[in-house]
Design a protein around this ligand. Structure first.
Ligand SMILES: CSCCC(=O)C(=O)COP(=O)(O)O
Ligand SMILES: [Zn+2]
Length: 211
């Protein structure tokens, strides 16, 4: 078996597991969300990643759930499957961060918080312990999680990713849409995603308490 085939099968298996895990939390309502894992070499200019196919019910497992695409988001193998409509955002995050996995979900809390802080352009989080999940260990750390507008054309959003990325924050929120969280591998990307969602719920509930 070639190394790429082995890596592809491992990436598909990892995506299947994470998809089932996140679906069980209700984080893929109405076919929303997409997941990807980088496969093969880590050349900055040329890379391949496994990504969810577009428009599918992510709470069920089928043989048509994933495909491989190149750094431009074009399928690398003959297939009738369509890559996620948001593949270009994944491509751009891989290109800019060298991440190994990217997970995107739509939740009530990430949508609410993105609207609450939409005009500010970032979500402030102040001194919450789970900030350490991002490997930020300062006492009472203060972070700002970037928010981008949710344009209808994905290339317009992708063009803004470079300017929005904050090196120590492994995620970007799209306003009234959802979060992209990434990490060096699937384990780390999942940890980051869980931390973001915890922090969004915390900040939202705190806002209500303080009103
Ligand atoms: C009904 S969800 C609208 C599209 C979206 O935001 C999303 O995350 C899912 O798109 P995909 O093409 O990856 O299924
Ligand atoms: Zn989406």
């Amino acid at each position: 078996m070639s190394i790429l085939l082995e890596e592809k099968q491992r990436a598909f298996a990892d995506l299947r597991d994470i998809k089932a895990n996140l679906a069980a939390r209700g984080w893929f309502p109405a076919t929303s969300g997409n997941l990807s894992i980088r496969v093969g070499g880590f050349e900055p200019s040329e890379f391949t990643f496994a990504i969810t196919s577009s428009g599918r019910d992510k709470s069920v497992q089928t043989p048509e759930d994933f495909l491989l695409v190149n750094e431009k988001g074009v399928p690398t193998e003959a297939t009738s499957l369509k890559p996620s409509a948001e593949t270009l955002i994944h491509s751009e995050i891989y290109r800019l961060t060298g991440a190994g996995a990217i997970f995107h979900v739509h939740t009530i809390y990430n949508n609410l918080i993105s609207e609450l802080y939409g005009e500010r352009g970032s979500i402030p989080v102040d001194g919450v312990e789970l900030i350490k999940a991002f490997n930020i260990w300062d006492e009472e750390a203060q972070i700002e999680i970037p928010i981008l507008p949710n344009y209808a054309e994905i290339p317009r959003i992708a063009a803004l990713v470079e300017g929005a990325i904050v090196p120590r924050i492994p995620g970007i929120v799209l306003r009234k849409h959802g979060i992209y969280a990434w990490g060096a591998n699937a384990f780390e990307a999942k940890r980051h995603l869980e931390a973001f969602e915890f922090l969004f719920e915390y900040v939202y509930r705190l806002h209500l308490l303080q009103k």
